[in-house]
Design a protein around this ligand. Structure first.
Ligand code: FAD
Length: 381
């Protein structure tokens, strides 16, 4: 499966370091964090000290350098080594919470937010979704009214990843009129008066990734916390969607690959009627099909990522890649549970977690239906 782009000598070394870190600092504790419903802050500091938290972020903002592919290699390898998409969502929430701010380039915001987050000392969340606006980002209603050199923010955000632990929210607010043109991004401190964070929401999967509802009741936010231009929020959000969606596609094919690997191991060792189940053609063919789906998803996702890195306009293909990888993952995790029999249904079995965790990949970062809508709109324009 060697790939000249994804397996350069530098990236192979990065993979090895991710595998070592995951084996040491994550795998022995993940089941406990799943039950606890959150990751410890010490893991963020440890990942920063290992040089992994800031991969894909420039060194001049506190990152470890490298490009978007390096960041995706970290996520891919962490899942292949026994992590999970829920772990990635929570440990790397800054992957969606920081890019707008770094792109905007305000030195004060970079010092106050980007550097401490990339050092593992603070946690940032991205707060866009609302109780009445998810897919329809342009319809969000959290309002920011300008009063002197402050905004007064009122409204609510829902399903916010790392929301119960976040120190700061990169928040989409309505500073102007209706529709996409009235949105802006502002940084809101979690401890500002008027910010209320819910208890962790109970979920089907992603248990180690805490998720919260955030309420803003007349929260006073200095205008220096505006990220990028006023009323430019919708464009900023859309510009970052490609990397979020591609990253989710990578997590989907990595989860599928991990389930293929685990299922091959189990099928060789589990005996029924005096023979390993791997000797039965129906099982062998099912595993072959799991591997085929996974390989196609990975190859297509990587091809789209290569075009995206080269600066091509790939909005349509990014949506196709996310749906392709999510569909592969959905089918593969289901087969993995099935081929593990009763053990596949047990909490102690890793594929059980992947089965629950992967269900969100076709909902978050743009649902399957919205991806298909993007493709059809661009195809039939
Ligand atoms: C665990 C988890 C973590 C999350 N983390 C974050 C986060 O950190 N930050 C954040 O801002 N958000 C986050 N989200 C929110 C997530 O991005 C939204 O749930 C997602 O965008 C879908 O929005 P919705 O839930 O409002 O569904 P809706 O938009 O209400 O959609 C409901 C259904 O209708 C379909 N639908 C909607 N519109 C159309 C249409 N035009 N055509 C056809 N079908 C349509 C959808 O595909 C879906 O099947 C998270 C969600 C979860 C569950």
């Amino acid at each position: 499966m060697f790939d000249p782009t994804w397996d350069t000598p530098e990236r192979l070394a990065l993979r090895e370091s991710v595998r070592g870190f995951t084996g040491r600092a994550i795998v022995p504790h993940l089941a406990r964090w799943e039950e606890a419903g959150a990751l410890p802050r010490s893991l963020h500091r440890a990942a920063a000290a290992a040089g992994l938290l800031g991969i894909g972020f420039p060194e001049d903002v506190g990152g470890s350098g490298g490009d978007a592919i390096d960041g995706m290699v970290v996520a891919e390898e962490m899942i292949l080594a026994g992590g999970s998409s829920g772990l990635i969502a929570s440990l790397f929430t800054h992957g969606i919470g920081l890019p707008h701010l770094i792109e905007a380039g305000d030195p004060g915001q970079i010092e106050r937010v980007a550097r401490p987050v990339l050092a593992g000392e603070r946690i940032v969340s991205l707060a866009i979704t609302e109780p009445d606006a998810g897919s329809d980002v342009a319809g969000l209603t959290t309002r920011a009214v300008r009063e002197g050199d402050e905004y007064v923010v009122s409204g609510a955000k829902l399903f916010i990843t790392s929301g119960t632990r976040a120190d700061v929210f990169t928040t989409a607010v309505r500073t102007g009129g209706d529709g996409a043109g009235g949105l802006s991004l502002v940084l809101i401190d979690a401890n500002a008066p008027g910010v209320e964070v819910s208890a962790p929401l109970k979920k089907m999967g992603w248990w180690c990734s805490d998720t919260a509802e955030i309420r803003f009741d007349a929260v006073r936010v200095p205008i220096t916390n505006l990220v990028g231009p006023e009323h430019g929020g919708f464009l900023q959000i859309m510009q970052q969607f490609a990397s979020e969606r591609l990253s989710m596609a990578v997590q989907a094919h990595a989860t599928a690959q991990r389930c293929v690997d685990l299922t091959i191991g189990y099928a060789k060792q589990r005996e029924t009627f005096g023979r390993p189940i791997a000797s039965r053609q129906v099982v062998r063919h099912r595993i072959a099909e799991m591997a085929r789906r996974t390989d196609v998803a990975r190859a297509y996702t990587r091809a789209v990522i290569a075009r995206w890195q080269a600066g091509d306009d790939v909005i349509k293909e990014v949506a196709m890649a996310k749906n392709t990888a999510v569909a592969a993952c959905d089918a593969v995790v289901d087969d993995a549970v099935q081929l593990h029999g009763g053990m596949g249904y047990m909490r102690e079995t890793e594929v059980e977690r992947h089965y629950r965790d992967s269900r969100i990949l076709g909902i978050g970062g743009g649902t399957n239906e919205i991806m298909t809508e993007v493709v059809s709109r661009l195809l039939l324009a």
